[in-house]
Design a protein around this ligand. Structure first.
Ligand SMILES: Nc1ncnc2c1ncn2[C@@H]1O[C@H](COP(=O)(O)OP(=O)(O)OP(=O)(O)O)[C@@H](O)[C@H]1O
Length: 600
């Protein structure tokens, strides 16, 4: 009994529903009609669950996903036609075809985003229809392909299909659940929330999206092979119908995209309505009209979908109590768990060297041939007036923006042409001036999300338990936010979000951390401790480059200090020298910092 209690409620309900569905044909074997309705719902649920990987998790909305069902159907049907093998046995090849085509096209189309991507996916679906119509030697054109009837008795014709689709549905949900548990899944959600930020924490967004597109198509392709045999006939218009894609999207939206069971629940609801509209609506136009109205209603009144709305209401009635954490105390006591970096023997010379970096925005030159050196093991400051180009220089160093000219050398390697995630893998981490946490993810997921390298093993590591999650918890304890791990990051205060972002960047195991205004918005009582944490991290081998307007903090913490004005460095040196430098006083610090006698 206690074991059952430990199973999360949603899995328990899903398990009971599965048991009922497994038993249904046993109890009611001579009912081909309801079995037929249910198996089509399973088919829709398989497609919605697949769609959810690229469009729910990664946020790339595909309106042409039924293409993969058609591809799977045609693959199995063509093989069956030419070899005489039963389409059921070659259905997995339909899945492989779908994956290969998804990844090949994904390589090109996933360079676009938003509306452009949506339109391209529709274009792909329609192109597949045109190809199937015109490649007559392979597909028999618009005459279509007729397959042999199932080899089992017509008395229980639907039951094998019923179980085949149910099995595929269970497998696709398990596959989705596994993805959601891995760092790959966390990376996909990071892409959905903020793709630029995801890239800056080592997520290879190109590879992640292509794999997600391929993964989203596999079970749909396999189901397509089974579906071809179920229908025994397929033609281009039916196999690549846009309405099929609309049903998939609608299912996921109704149930809740981005959730595990939402697309399945939505598919059952939409499938039922679709069937009801076909039977009782009078015509196929009525079906389209009813589905259109549901889409409008969902977008207007249930934008998050059913499951997230129910979950939100539940959380409102049963709020989680979060214990107050003494962050100051936590910061002072937990710094010992910071991993010591073992310096590599070849690690000599400056860690970062920027030479002649230039960035123009139209007529404005934000960074103007800037030079900057950060010595290994230092806490270097970059200060200067508002708009002098400090953040833009950070963007050039981390690859968030491409430089128009100049070279950047990090740890002896030229990096100015590398994508941001490769710079992250080399050990270059950053925080942002205005925090850019993934607000819809939990605090723990935020800290687990960074990918310190490009290895498949790291991508597939467990993000919920195991060593990565343990490390993330350790880092959250360092910044004193361990008890907030299950909170949504967006629910934290601004100062807390800054600390989570610091923990997040530490997950990259960086050699150099670029901190953009770390003190901004942080509680003054916490500031002293924050500087201690930075010092402690520095002692453990991490180099810092800090942009900050809090001059006392800079002078206390950093050495050397570089001063930026109009996109270039105007002075560099130890803090004592910088605070008295007349050029710096004129350009940035102002009269408040002039020595008293000079004032007089
Ligand atoms: N994406 C952009 N498009 C156009 N102009 C930009 C862009 N980003 C920055 N700029 C401009 O480049 C200049 C330098 O901006 P930047 O944010 O780098 O300055 P900063 O020194 O970091 O300032 P602050 O201390 O206020 O953060 C500013 O004039 C800014 O308006």
């Amino acid at each position: 009994m206690s074991l059952i209690r430990r199973i999360p409620r949603q899995h328990l309900i899903a398990g009971i529903a599965l048991l009922v569905l497994v038993l249904y044909p046993v109890v009611n074997p001579w009912q081909p009609y309801p079995q037929g309705v249910l198996l089509l719902m399973f088919l829709l649920a398989i497609q919605a669950t697949g769609w959810n990987i690229i469009s729910g998790f990664a946020g790339y909305i595909s309106l042409g996903h039924s293409m993969f069902l058609g591809l799977g159907s045609y693959t199995a049907a063509i093989i069956a036609l030419h070899t005489g093998v039963n389409p059921l046995w070659v259905a997995p090849i339909g899945g492989v075809t779908a994956v290969v085509i998804a990844m090949a096209f994904g390589y090109i189309v996933l360079r676009t985003r938003g509306h452009a991507f949506v339109i391209i996916t529709i274009a792909l679906l329609l192109s597949a229809q045109i190809v199937a119509t015109n490649w007559k030697s392979l597909t028999n054109g618009s005459d279509g392909i007729t397959l042999e009837l199932p080899f089992w008795s017509a008395d229980f014709q639907n039951i094998p299909f019923y179980y085949a689709f149910l099995l595929l549905l269970v497998l696709s949900v398990l596959f989705s659940a596994w993805i959601a548990r891995t760092k790959f899944g966390t990376g996909l959600i990071a892409i959905r929330e903020d793709e630029g930020k995801a890239a800056s924490i080592g997520v290879n967004t190109t590879i992640f999206k292509i794999i997600a597109y391929g993964a989203s198509s596999f079970f749909i392709g396999v189901a397509g092979g089974v579906y071809a045999y179920y229908q025994t006939f397929l033609n281009p218009v039916g196999a690549f119908a846009i309405l099929g894609s609309v049903l998939i999207v609608l299912s996921a939206l109704v149930g809740g995209r981005g959730t595990l069971y939402g697309p399945v629940l939505g598919a059952f609801i939409v499938g039922l309505i679709n069937e009801g509209a076909t039977v009782y609506g009078g015509s196929s136009q009525a079906r389209v009209l009813i589905l259109g109205l549901i889409l409008v209603a969902v977008v207007l009144f249930l934008p998050a979908g059913l499951l997230p709305t129910i979950e939100k209401a539940w959380r409102k009635r049963h709020p989680v109590k979060v214990e107050f954490t003494n962050q100051v105390g936590a910061l002072s006591h937990n710094t010992a768990v910071v991993r010591e970096r073992v310096p590599e023997p070849a690690s000599t010379g400056p860690l970062l060297e920027v030479r002649g970096a230039t960035k123009r925005f139209g007529g404005l030159t934000a960074v103007d041939g800037a030079d900057l050196t950060v010595e290994r093991g230092s806490i270097t400051a970059l200060i200067g007036p508002n708009g002098s180009g400090k953040t833009t220089l950070f963007n050039l160093i981390t690859g968030t923006m491409a430089a128009d000219a100049g070279t950047i050398t990090f740890d002896g390697k030229r990096i100015e042409k590398l994508p941001p995630w490769s710079r992250g893998h080399l050990g270059l981490g950053r925080t942002f001036q205005v925090t850019r946490l993934f607000k819809d993810m939990t605090v723990l997921q935020n800290v687990v999300a960074p990918q310190p390298d490009g290895k498949l093993r790291t991508m597939l590591a467990d993000a919920v338990s195991g060593s990565e999650a343990a490390r993330a918890r350790e880092l959250l304890d360092i910044v004193g936010l361990g008890s907030f791990e299950q909170q949504k990051a967006g629910a934290l205060s601004y100062g807390q979000q800054k600390l989570v972002e610091l923990a997040q960047v530490l997950m990259l195991e960086p050699q150099l951390i670029l901190l953009d205004e770390p003190a901004g918005g942080v509680n003054p009582s916490l500031l002293g401790r924050l500087t201690e944490v930075i010092r402690e991290l520095n002692r453990s081998g991490i180099t810092f480059l800090i942009v900050e307007h809090n001059i006392p903090l800079v002078l206390d913490l950093c050495d050397p200090v570089h001063v930026f004005a109009r996109g270039a460095c105007i002075a560099s040196g130890p803090p004592g020298q910088i605070r008295n430098d007349p050029v710096v006083l004129d350009a940035y610090l102002g009269d408040d910092w002039r020595p008293q006698d000079a004032h007089a």
